[in-house]
Design a protein around this ligand. Structure first.
Ligand SMILES: Cc1cc2nc3c(=O)[nH]c(=O)nc-3n(C[C@H](O)[C@H](O)[C@H](O)COP(=O)(O)O)c2cc1C
Length: 235
């Protein structure tokens, strides 16, 4: 059985072309999950809507708790970290992550950044080794495919595009996920959302084709794996 973590980060609740003012990324992440389930009946999906319900941002209490040795944890520390624990567990339990992330002001939405900040935890998803400065970081999560679906209102921000230097989304997501072990990030972006018309339609068609091919390719490569034990460090 494959287990998917399906996450949407758009602040817009509906899907483009279906609901008024709907979200392009929500439209496409749903398509990916539907295609995956069609090819692998029995796929289990965990849905996390950080656009609708953003995780709590990192606070002073969160930092104190996250950096305290587990053995010294006071009960309030476990309470403060409960949401982070849950979000990490969702990632750990997934074979595939499908992330829908809009471009907001040249980077990721704050709700998605809160999710990133909650899943990067020293001692839980990464180890920092000050004694080996040449190789200070050891990621603790096993690699697994991440399908990153992006939408932009403008255009020219794909790699090599004239405005690529203004786009700080995909690179920062890749860096953050790679830090904890998720290095297999597959990116598909739609452009022209704010312009609409034929340019948007062509960009959407292209993204749909690429995502459908990606699902087929990942399914042909990935044998369904047995579920990981819930607290396994290396899962
Ligand atoms: C707050 C905000 C900031 C945005 N910033 C940018 C931007 O920097 N560059 C861009 O091309 N589009 C920008 N857009 C447009 C969105 O990227 C575009 O509407 C995209 O389709 C949003 O994803 P969604 O359709 O899944 O909601 C912005 C939209 C919002 C709401």
């Amino acid at each position: 059985m494959t287990r998917i973590l399906h996450l949407d980060a758009s602040a817009r609740p509906g899907r483009a072309g279906i609901d008024p003012h709907g979200s392009v990324t929500r439209l496409l992440t749903r398509r990916v999950v539907d295609r995956w389930q069609a090819g692998r009946p029995g796929t289990h999906v965990t849905y996390r809507d950080v656009g609708a319900t953003p995780p709590a941002p990192v606070s002073g209490a969160w930092i104190a708790a996250a950096f305290a040795p587990e053995a010294d944890h006071a009960p309030w520390m476990d309470d403060v970290l409960a949401e982070s624990d849950q979000l990490i567990e969702e990632v750990r339990a997934a074979d595939v992550l499908v992330l829908g992330v809009p471009l907001y002001n040249f980077s990721m939405p704050s709700a998605f950044k809160a999710w990133i900040d909650n899943i990067i935890r020293v001692g839980r998803t990464v180890i920092v080794n000050p004694d080996t400065p040449e190789e200070p970081y050891t990621p603790l999560l096993a690699d697994r495919p991440v399908i990153l679906v992006v939408s932009r209102g403008g255009f020219g921000m794909n790699e090599g595009g004239p405005l690529a230097h203004m786009n700080h989304l995909e690179a920062s997501v890749r860096t953050a996920l790679g830090f904890i072990g998720l290095t297999s990030v597959h990116e598909v972006a739609v452009e022209y959302q704010e312009l609409g018309g034929d340019l948007l339609a062509a960009s959407l068609r292209d993204a749909e084709t690429r995502l459908d091919e990606l699902v087929m390719s990942l399914q042909s490569r990935a044998p369904a794996r047995a579920p990981a034990p819930p607290h396994s460090l290396s899962a």
